[in-house]
Ligand binder design. Sequence first.
Ligand code: DX5
Ligand code: ZN
Length: 215
Amino acid sequence: MPIIAPSILASDFSNLQSEIELVNRSKADWFHLDVMDGVFVPNISFGIPVIRAINKHATKPLDVHLMIVDPDRYICDFKKAGADILTVHYEACTHLHRTLQAIKAEGMKTGVSLNPHTSVSVLKEVIKDIDVVLLMSVNPGFGGQSFIINTYEKVKELRQMIKDNNTKTIIEIDGGVNLETGAKLLECGADALVAGSFVFKSDNPEATIADLSNL
Ligand code: DX5
Ligand code: ZN
């Protein structure tokens, strides 16, 4: 069964507690939380105080996706706010190996995200230090964009790299996920699917999460 991580970015922020409770009682596995700084990506979302508030009500792991420059500055703060998986962007880290050790030292799972233009080959030297690779299947910054097709090939390539290195790294995909793209991604070797608009803009988000989970 795939890991399903609904992206709270697409939820109703004016009813955040009830949106969190909806995810709690659904078949979702993780909460996907998108932090944007208006510098690394052309949009600003929410930050540490909001994650702390979500953590008060969430009963499932918090998968925090940092779309911010120089994330090393805030590793400890995100841990304190409740992050279980902390994902940084390859493109935002000058010393990625050091960043990953710092995340581990805080007792969190390590995540690395790649923009659509970044080849999975850049992770070869650090794949053993990564718990979750988050492949962006849209350009980060906004929900509701269309899926970029060459992600399928990247998933296959990454699956091979994981096999060659004999690691347990999880392949997670973010952007434009629905039942169609989700099914193909799983066929290519993905383990986890993030879904924002497809879940929260649907008539019955709980049922939509169940449909994804049954893929
Ligand atoms: C985009 C975010 C995604 C976003 C996905 O930068 O990283 O997590 O919420 O939204 P959808 O599923 O609508 O493409
Ligand atoms: Zn995300």
